[in-house]
Design a protein around this ligand. Structure first.
Ligand SMILES: C[S@@+](CC[C@H](N)C(=O)[O-])C[C@H]1O[C@@H](n2cnc3c(N)ncnc32)[C@H](O)[C@@H]1O
Length: 355
């Protein structure tokens, strides 16, 4: 494990959050918790290092430089499609006493607040590196609305937040409440340092949706597969929803890899499982998970979004890079796999299906 590389990987959360931030500002998506998360991150992230000048500068630029219309549309379909699947999963199991969502590499995602407000039987788990978890915990605890959504009982001996690097280092990293569990876990150590019993409060026997949005792509293929295998081996009725880039057989993937490597980011999975078919084989042959559906985001945009909504988003901003967005969407995919007695069937169509 390389601390410098991990720091760069952690910083991709700012990319994801700032993309959603601009998609919200331009009305592509709605997110009542976005400003709380962004303001919290701007204030607290600089304390996570003793050289905070460059962090502040990078953060400022991330939230001041609007994204191109093509990026906003990519963010729209990414967020919307994942929400559609999560919503259907929670609706299907709303009469169960309990249902779980486990978000791996959760970063600053605001989904837990949205879905915990809607489903009283939901237990939400979020795992990420320790630094990211500490910031999210502090953002939640210092905000009344978020603390109340996660049913945090205000105990006097709990430190709400931190205001310098030394306090950050000492800040406790776990947050366990009746409906929410935020824990520092390096996902590469699942099955090694962590067994299923170390994932506190997780129940292996109830319907569970594992959510990995742009996370496994940063790991070596063997590590990423070990994460999936860990949940497959340990959870009895579960589904996993992944949003992943795929390199493709064309130049686009090479350019993507080159652009990211100039920032010190490597995406080992991107060229290894670089097509829908290879992702398909990865699950059915390598991981032996048979119940599987996969689609690229171009297919998802054209088949999951109704005409009125497409018309609405097409009129939000002028876009002259139409071919570029088709190409970009073909280089990201959604993978939905499941096992155990779950029988979860979203109504949306996928491109490749195996039951
Ligand atoms: C691109 S961000 C995505 C964040 C969030 N899922 C979203 O889409 O908004 C990738 C996240 O995965 C986390 N991550 C990557 N590798 C990880 C690992 N080995 N263990 C824990 N978290 C990891 C990073 O820290 C970061 O928060």
């Amino acid at each position: 494990m390389n601390a410098r590389k991990d720091k760069v990987i952690r910083s991709t959360d700012v990319d994801a959050l700032s993309s959603r931030y601009f998609a919200v500002k331009k009305d592509y998506i709605d997110d009542p918790y976005m400003d709380i998360m962004v303001d919290g991150l701007k204030e607290l992230l600089p304390f996570t290092s003793n050289i905070n000048f460059s962090i502040s500068r990078n953060l400022k630029s991330a939230f001041e430089t609007p994204k191109l219309p093509a990026i906003n549309r990519g963010t729209y379909i990414r967020t919307k499609s994942i929400d559609l699947v999560v919503e259907q999963f929670l609706r299907k199991f709303k009469e169960e006493p309990e249902v779980q969502v486990v978000s791996i590499g959760a970063g600053s995602d605001t989904r837990p607040f949205k879905f915990l407000s809607l489903y009283s039987n939901l237990k939400y788990f979020e795992y990420d590196f320790v630094e990211s978890v500490k910031i999210k915990k502090a953002i939640i605890l210092r905000n009344k609305e978020l603390s109340s959504i996660v049913k945090f009982q205000n105990l006097n001996d709990v430190e709400k937040d931190f205001s310098n690097y030394q306090e950050f280092l000492r800040y406790d990293e776990n947050l366990f409440t009746p409906n929410y569990n935020l824990c520092p876990i390096d996902l590469r150590l699942l099955g090694d340092k962590y067994n299923i019993n170390s994932l506190q409060n997780l129940n292996p026997n109830i319907p569970t949706l594992i959510l990995g949005e742009c996370v496994l792509c940063y790991m070596e293929p063997a590590d990423a597969n070990q994460v999936i295998k860990f949940f497959h081996d340990n959870l009895n009725k579960s589904s996993i929803l992944l949003y992943e880039p795929i390199g493709g057989d064309d130049n686009f993937g090479n350019v993507m890899v080159k652009n990211l490597s100039s920032r010190g980011i490597s995406l080992p999975n991107l060229m290894h499982y670089n097509t829908l078919e290879k992702q398909f084989e990865r699950f059915t042959k390598e991981l032996k998970i048979e119940n599987l559906q996969i689609a690229d985001m171009n297919f998802v945009l054209n088949n999951w979004i109704d005409g009125d909504e497409l018309n609405r988003i097409n009129h939000l901003e002028f876009l002259d890079e139409v071919e570029e967005i088709v190409l970009m969407n073909k280089h990201y995919c959604l993978i939905l796999a499941q096992w155990g007695d779950l029988n979860f069937k979203p109504i949306q169509k996928f491109q490749l299906v195996h039951e």
